[in-house]
Structure formats: structure tokens, C-alpha cells
Design a protein around this ligand. Structure first.
Ligand code: NAD
Ligand code: TYD
Length: 349
């Protein structure tokens, strides 16, 4: 039996993981989320009434709150996803990323130390991280678990710092930890500040599609539920103290991906082929824009038997269908504060 404290469960990946765990296991899942702009309880409607689900609204940086939750729910496992997660926002406000991603993670680690017996082997702190900590690859090569860290954005620097703290708590205090570093996720419920949902929303409304620089940057894309499946196998079979890289072996140049989305949506919206692609607009590049991320997930495949379950065209079509079918969700998250964000980020590009 596990009593899991899952942080950031109202966000994109967290909400999929909450549902994944509740649907598959009898564990108690306590979702601690501050409900920033990226957190949305609408993502969790189908499990709201689940008897093993508890929602706690609050900040991972609040030590008293953490003490109360650890004790009241007899937490045995932490799966830590809460974070500020968008690179462009980190360029505008790096301190918000230090606050949650670095200080918040250390607060959580401290709470585990306070509440778990020293030397315990039936507790686990699972830290969910990103491949962006490894920096930027040239056109060849892959990130492996031993690739030296070389973060280049405030976001990736803050995630790298948090990874280092998690490992430091393992080595210094013997806290049982495991880490994974994953490539770019996509799927339903992703906030439309990230490339794929932002482009879907703009294509739908016939708005310009802002491609940074020349659109030549490369990302490796993974279906969000395949990330959940990987977290599941690592949670249950991962070796304490180890790191596992998770990736889709699915690299796309941004411009090719945007063209694929345009093509898919022309078809789904009954537009003439090529109509949506006319919206593509090259805009000023992101500062310090990493050229390429690519993961070698060999360790995870060989040690724990994980591999991605669906191909990109299928996942992307499912994603587009979800956004088109869930107009109310999309409208709700793109009104109000989103319009200010969009204006601020894109007006001067
Ligand atoms: P997200 O931005 O969609 O969600 C983050 C969630 O954390 C939100 O619900 C937000 O309300 C919550 N949160 C933020 N600050 C908090 C705080 N101080 N206290 C409590 N809750 C807080 O992020 P996501 O894309 O779902 O990413 C989740 C995790 O996975 C992050 O740690 C991210 O670094 C990592 N990751 C994401 C990707 C990706 O492609 N999205 C890839 C690899 C790793
Ligand atoms: P993003 O989804 O922000 O993820 P990350 O930067 O963490 O990889 O961006 C993915 C890629 O798409 C990245 O190379 C930046 C690019 N991009 C655009 O070209 N236009 C946009 O409007 C956004 C949000 C991203």
C-alpha cells in the first residue's frame, strides 16, 4: 500500500498521472497544488469524487502545510511535479522559478527527512525532471544519464539545481530518491503557452502561428500518458539513487511539426489543404534558444521494459481532436490573464 503525495497534480502531466494512478492502483493520492495559472481543477473532474483522492491547495514552499499533510495522510511516497515549467516565462521572471523549483523542492525534501525514519527503505521521493538540464545538442548525439549538466535557460537551471539537491539528499542523508528526466510531452490538458496547444488554438482561430527564429530547433516529443507509464514503472521498479531518462525517439524540427499540425487541422476543420500553413509567421527567436534535445531511453527500456505506446501522428491527431472537442476548457484557459500573457510575450516579437 502507498500513500502518495503528488505535487503539481492540477497541471498538465500531474493531472494525467493522478488519474493514471487512481485508475490502476488502490493507493491514496494526495494532490498538493497551489493552482497557479497552470493549475486547473477542471483537469481532474473525473476523479474529484474518487474515494482515494484528496486535493490540498497550497504551496510546496510552506513547511507547516507539508508537515500537516505528511502526518495527516501518513505519506509514504512523494512524486514531485510541481514547478514553474515554461522557458519563456523563466526568461521574464527567473526568481519565480528559483522560488518554486529550487526552494520548494528543498522544502519538500526537508519535510520527508522530518517525517520519514532515517535509513528507511519503504519510502521514496520521486523527482520528475526534464531533459533540458543537459543543455543543447548539436545535430547528432543523445542525452544519456551520465551526460554532464549544462542548463542554459533560467527554467532548466532551476530544474538542474533541484535535481542536484535531490541527489545531495540521497548521498548526504540517505533519503531514498529516484529521478527521471523526460523530453517534451504533448497531449490533452496542456496549457496553451507551450508549442503544440498554442499552435492548435491559433490555427483554430485563424491567428498567426509564431515560429521562433527559423523554426529549425529540434525537440523530442512524447505522448503524456507514455510519460505516466514510465513514471509508473520507475516508481515500482526503479533503483533507489538512480536516474532514468525518458524519451520518445521522436525528433521533430519545429517548422516541420507546425506544418504537420496545419495539415492535420486543415483536414479536421474542412479547410483547403495549405490554408492553415499560410498563418505561419517567423518571429524573433527566443533568447538562448537550445537547438536540439534528444534522449536515449535505453536504460529505461533495458532495465524496466518501458517503451512508448503510440506513434506521433496518432498522438497528435488525438491531441487535436481533444482540443477541438473541448472548446469550453480551451476558452476558459485562454481568456482573462492569458490574453495579457500573450500580448506581453508576442506583441514585440
Ligand atoms: P504545468 O506547468 O502544467 O503544471 C505545474 C503545476 O504545478 C500546476 O498545477 C501549478 O499550479 C503547480 N505549482 C506550481 N508552483 C507550485 C507551488 N509552489 N506549489 C504547489 N503547486 C505548484 O507543468 P507540467 O508540464 O505538467 O510539468 C510537470 C513537471 O514535469 C515539472 O516539474 C516539469 O519540469 C516536468 N517536465 C515537464 C515536461 C513537459 O514537456 N511539460 C517534460 C519533462 C519534465
Ligand atoms: P515549448 O513548448 O515552450 O517547450 P520547450 O521550450 O521547453 O522545449 O517550445 C517548444 C519549441 O517550440 C521550442 O523550440 C520553442 C518553440 N516555440 C515556437 O517556435 N513558438 C512558440 O510560440 C512557442 C511557445 C515555442
Amino acid at each position: 500500500m502507498k500513500n502518495i503525495l503528488l505535487t503539481g497534480g492540477a497541471g498538465f502531466i500531474g493531472s494525467h498521472l493522478v488519474k493514471w494512478l487512481l485508475n490502476k492502483y488502490p493507493y491514496k493520492v494526495v494532490n498538493l497544488d497551489m493552482l497557479t495559472y497552470a493549475g486547473n481543477l477542471g483537469n481532474l473532474q473525473e476523479v474529484e469524487q474518487h474515494p482515494n483522492y484528496v486535493f490540498e491547495k497550497g504551496d510546496i514552499g510552506n513547511a507547516q502545510l507539508l508537515d500537516r499533510i505528511m502526518e495527516e495522510h501518513a505519506i509514504t511516497h512523494v512524486i514531485h511535479l510541481a514547478a514553474e515549467s515554461h522557458v519563456d516565462r523563466s526568461i521574464v521572471d527567473p526568481l519565480a522559478f528559483v522560488q518554486t523549483n529550487v526552494l520548494g523542492t528543498v522544502q519538500l525534501l526537508n519535510a520527508c527527512r522530518r517525517h520519514w525514519p532515517a535509513g528507511t527503505s519503504d519510502r521514496l521521493f520521486y523527482h520528475v525532471s526534464t531533459d533540458e538540464v543537459y543543455g543543447s545538442l548539436p545535430s547528432a548525439g543523445y542525452f544519456v544519464e551520465s551526460t554532464p549538466y549544462d542548463p542554459r535557460s533560467p527554467y532548466s537551471a532551476s530544474k538542474a539545481a533541484s535535481d542536484h539537491f535531490v541527489r545531495a539528499y540521497f548521498h548526504t542523508y540517505g533519503l531514498p530518491v529516484v529521478l527521471s528526466n523526460c523530453s517534451n510531452n504533448y497531449g490533452p490538458y496542456q496549457f496553451p503557452e507551450k508549442l503544440i496547444p498554442l499552435m492548435i488554438n491559433n490555427i483554430k482561430h485563424g491567428n498567426p502561428l509564431p515560429v521562433y527564429g527559423q523554426g529549425l530547433n529540434i525537440r523530442d516529443w512524447l505522448w503524456v500518458e507514455d510519460h505516466c507509464a514510465a513514471i509508473d514503472v520507475i516508481l515500482h521498479g526503479g533503483k533507489v539513487g538512480e536516474t532514468y531518462n525518458i524519451g520518445g525517439m521522436n525528433e521533430w524540427k519545429n517548422i516541420d511539426l507546425v506544418h504537420l499540425l496545419c495539415h492535420t487541422m486543415d483536414h479536421k476543420l474542412g479547410r483547403k489543404e495549405g490554408e492553415s500553413a499560410k498563418l505561419i509567421t517567423y518571429v524573433k527567436d527566443r533568447a538562448g534558444h537550445d537547438l536540439r534535445y534528444a534522449i536515449d531511453p535505453g536504460k529505461l527500456r533495458e532495465h524496466l521494459g518501458w517503451s512508448p505506446s503510440i506513434d506521433f501522428e496518432t498522438g497528435l491527431a488525438r491531441t487535436v481532436d481533444w482540443y477541438l472537442d473541448n472548446e469550453a476548457w480551451l476558452e476558459a484557459v485562454t481568456s482573462g490573464a492569458y490574453l495579457d500573457y500573450y500580448q506581453h510575450q508576442y506583441a514585440h516579437r
